[in-house]
Structure formats: C-alpha cells, structure tokens
Design a protein around this ligand. Structure first.
Ligand SMILES: CC(C)(COP(=O)(O)OP(=O)(O)OC[C@H]1O[C@@H](n2cnc3c(N)ncnc32)[C@H](O)[C@@H]1OP(=O)(O)O)[C@@H](O)C(=O)NCCC(=O)NCCS
Length: 186
C-alpha cells in the first residue's frame, strides 16, 4: 500500500531475504529503507549523537547523554519476526552510511500485540520519514500475524500524536501516569 510521500524506486532483497526499498521524501531526498543488522550498532550510536535532547527524551523517556553500549547492541539485534526494526539511511559526504530514522516493534510474548518505537534524527524530521517508516513497519508486522501496535507517548509530544492522528491510528488512547498509552490495529 503506498504512503504519502513514498516513491518506490526499487524493491530488492537483502542478503537476509528481506525487502529493501529506496524512497523519496519531502525535499527530493532519497533514502534507503532496510531491516536493521547487528553490525548497525555503531551507526545507531552515531545517529543518537545527532538527536536533540528533546528527541532523545521523547524516544527513551530519559535524558540519556549517550546510548549505552548494551542498549545499542540490543536495539541492533532483532529476530526479524517477533522483534523487528527498519532503518532509513543516507550517505554522508564521505560515502559512509548514516541512519536517519528507526522504527521497531517488539511483540508482547504470546500475543498479537507489539510495542512500537519510532525515532527520526532531528535534521530529517518533518519530511514524512516517520510516517513512511511506521507504514512500512505495519506491513511487516501484518506479515508476522501482529494485529495491534501499542505505544507510549508523552502528552507534550504533539508531533507524534499528530502523526498517529493523521494516519488514523489513534483508536484507543488512555492517559495513565502522565503518559498516553495508545493502541491501534495495523
Ligand atoms: C515523532 C517523530 C518520529 C516524527 O518523525 P517525522 O519524520 O518528523 O514525521 P513526519 O515527517 O512523517 O510527520 C511529522 C510532521 O511533518 C508533517 N509532514 C509530514 N509529511 C508531510 C508532507 N508530505 N507534507 C506536509 N507536511 C508533512 C506532518 O504534518 C507533521 O507535522 P506536525 O508537526 O504538524 O504534526 C520525530 O519527530 C521524532 O523522532 N521525535 C523524537 C522521538 C519520538 O518522539 N518518538 C515517538 C515516541 S516512540
């Protein structure tokens, strides 16, 4: 299903047999979207270092100054079924690959619900990257019999709330303990 701002210029298979895409986002920027790999850990660290304190707080609910190594390892290592992450990448001027956005899900064991997290590096926000990653992640999730996404969003995170609203995905939002617990069908 096509998503706003998404242009499929090619659809290839990665070495793992999983699809890779090239997408065009607002501003005429082309990004590569692919499943995360264990060796992406340093790229995750580097992407984190380019995120503002505010974005880090909205994503991790904690004022982390750097991404702890253990967490970075865990984030880069998925099973492509119950835990999945898609990264959007670009090439820096020197040619090395840079992560600009990550969308992931983590299935609650034995259920058809998965918790979702999304982050886009500040310089690449507001170009539709978040919406594209979330839409593609929902497709992947459906292929793995995940029916619902759940996520926790801070009430001041109006961008994320607006993004979910625009996608028509706020089916159930409960304000509990100062955060919104949101669930939607994928
Ligand atoms: C929330 C977040 C992931 C959104 O990513 P993003 O790439 O900026 O999202 P999008 O560009 O798809 O949409 C965001 C904004 O761009 C606008 N936009 C997107 N595509 C657009 C288009 N084609 N035309 C016009 N506007 C567009 C949207 O209206 C939206 O604007 P808003 O601020 O008024 O709501 C990003 O801000 C982020 O990483 N924040 C920190 C971490 C976080 O909050 N994560 C969520 C909790 S897990």
């Amino acid at each position: 299903m096509p998503h706003a701002g998404l242009v499929y210029t090619y659809q290839a298979m990665s070495a793992s047999g999983l699809p890779e895409l090239q997408v065009e986002v607002r501003g005429g920027l082309f990004l590569h979207v692919r499943p995360i790999r264990p060796e992406d850990e340093p790229l995750l660290q580097e992407a984190f270092s380019r995120m503002s304190e505010r974005s880090v707080y909205f994503r991790f609910f904690s004022p982390l100054k750097r991404l702890p190594e253990e967490l970075a390892q865990r984030l880069a290592l998925v099973d492509y079924k119950d835990r999945f992450a898609l990264v959007a990448t670009t090439r820096a001027a020197d040619g090395h690959e840079q992560i600009v956005g990550v969308a992931r899900y983590d299935r609650a064991p034995g259920t058809d619900t998965a918790e979702v997290a999304l982050a886009v590096v500040d310089d690449y926000q507001r170009r539709g990257v978040g919406a594209i990653l979330l839409g593609l992640l929902a497709q992947v999730a459906r292929e793995h019999a995940i029916r619902r996404f759940s996520l926790v969003v801070l009430p001041e995170n109006q961008t994320m709330l607006a993004l979910l609203r625009r996608l028509g995905w706020i089916h159930k939002a409960t304000l509990r303990g100062g955060v919104y617990e949101i669930e939607f069908e994928v």
